[in-house]
Design a protein around this ligand. Structure first.
Ligand code: ZN
Length: 466
């Protein structure tokens, strides 16, 4: 797989890049048609999911009595093996199987209306279902089972999986026609592979977007810096590299307050509160749309910040080293169980939200394709180790912001010290990179990026904080 995001060391001939473009349906009727296609995808997903569950329940009914036999359960004797072979691995949920069932469904007179919608677009929603089942079956402990898609909790969207037709700034949506696109597109001349069409905005004011995945020649994408290496310490709300530059996440306090207010407003609407089983009210639907809009705004801000910062890193150094963090494990709820309730549940949930808002995974995904080489190291004790003498002690951290070595007296910003440790742990020498980025800042000579309050390394502000 030459184009997988993890393979940053080899140089493939083409790479995949996705751009988000505004899609204009032109009139309300066309917009409704797009929503209807997305609705048909949702219907088929729910129908096939119910079908898969039904088949699995029947399969279980047939075979559980046999599995209750210890001999069959152990499966050691020839007879037990034969029985298990006959049972099979359970009903298939592959895209091939689901696709075949979809063709049957479409030819069923009761579902003749499905023929009004583009065949491959609707069928492709089952690819997502098959993938969801595959993920679940591979790791049932951590991956949730595929779920039914509710009318009000599903973003209207569909995928044009192949034979994408684009002409200048127009996209052909099957059974709909040519629709106009807008937005800057650096890959306009490249071959489009797939398009995800998605509705954003609110129900009253829908906005459509097309996420076009292009096959781009490798020489057309921006190349990372030729040499140099940086360590990156990702923290809550900011990241620091081994040169001491701080990449702050955007300040979304105002937006977070707006979101919290909207959530409270929504919880008072009929059918929208927790455990409120009444039918969903129209006003609640409107408020839910407004809430989603605010949340998308926050996501865009964070996405933009990590895009800019990861680009800066990739322009500065060829190799970027990060900690191999298990975000999923770190952001587990502290709620505990009824018998053994957790401590500081509220605080932990706030920290979890901050961790997730810091976009640690987003850093990794973006650096994986922007940097020349992305390495991961063991994160244990990077914040408690002295980057000068290697002394490891909890007392090296007198405060959250300051690192002060108990053995050699080395003092630095705690995140900066950790970032150096991360770089050294990858077996790379810690030397300052010559120029930061490739833009105007690099020519002027490295103007640090980040807010002045967090930029201090080992200056007087940090010293006096002790
Ligand atoms: Zn030391």
């Amino acid at each position: 797989m030459p184009n997988s995001p993890d393979s940053t060391t080899q140089a493939p001939d083409t790479v995949h890049r996705t751009v988000r473009l505004r899609l204009f349906p032109g009139d309300a009727a066309t917009g409704i048609l797009l929503t209807a296609i997305a609705g048909a995808c949702r219907y088929v997903w729910n129908h096939m999911l119910a079908d898969c569950e039904w088949r699995y329940a029947r399969w279980k009914e047939m075979h559980v009595p046999a599995l209750n036999w210890p001999e069959v359960r152990e499966g050691k004797t020839a007879w037990a093996k034969a029985v298990r072979r006959k049972m099979g691995p359970g009903p298939s949920t592959s895209f091939f199987t689901l696709g075949r069932r979809f063709t049957e469904l479409r030819n069923d007179p009761d579902h003749a209306w499905l023929k009004e919608y583009p065949y491959k677009v609707i069928r492709y929603s089952l690819k997502y279902l098959a993938d969801a089942y595959a993920r679940y079956k591979a790791d049932p402990e951590n991956e949730g089972k595929p779920r039914f898609k509710g009318r009000h909790f599903t973003v209207p969207a569909f995928t044009i999986p192949e034979a994408v037709r684009m002409d200048g700034d127009h996209l052909y949506v099957p059974r709909v026609g040519w629709l106009r696109l807008a937005g800057s597109n650096p890959y306009a001349g490249c071959r489009p592979l797939t398009v995800r069409v998605r509705m954003e905005g609110t129900e009253q004011h829908p906005k459509w977007y097309a996420y076009v995945c292009y096959e781009v020649p490798a020489e057309q994408v921006k190349q990372p810096a030729a040499d140099g290496a940086l360590g990156l310490d990702r923290n809550v709300g900011q990241a620091t590299d081994s040169d001491g530059t701080v990449y702050a996440m955007p300040d979304t306090d105002k937006l977070d307050a707006q979101i919290a207010r909207k959530q409270r407003e929504l919880s008072r609407k009929q059918g929208w509160g927790p455990r409120d089983r009444r039918p969903k009210s129209n006003r609640g639907r409107r408020v839910n749309g407004q809430l989603n809009k605010l949340q998308r705004k926050g996501a865009r801000k964070r996405d933009d910040a990590t895009h800019q910062a990861s680009r800066k890193l990739a322009d500065t150094a060829h190799t970027v080293v990060v900690e191999d963090l298990n975000t999923k494990g770190m952001t587990k709820s502290a709620k505990g169980t009824v018998e053994k309730p957790g401590k500081q549940v509220k605080q932990k949930s706030g920290l979890n939200r901050s961790i997730l808002a810091s976009g640690w995974g987003s850093w990794e995904r973006k650096l994986a394709y922007k940097a020349g080489d992305l390495r991961k190291v063991n994160p244990a004790y990077t914040s408690q180790t002295c980057s000068r003498c290697g002394h490891v002690d909890k007392s090296n951290r007198p405060s959250q912001a300051v690192f002060a070595c108990g053995a050699c007296g080395f003092r630095a910003n705690a995140d900066h010290n950790a970032a150096i440790n991360i770089l050294v742990r990858a077996g790379l020498p810690c030397v300052p990179v010559s120029a930061r980025g490739t833009g105007a800042a690099a020519r002027r000579g490295a103007i640090p990026w980040g807010s002045p309050t967090t930029r201090e390394r080992d200056g007087p502000a940090v010293q006096s904080g002790l």
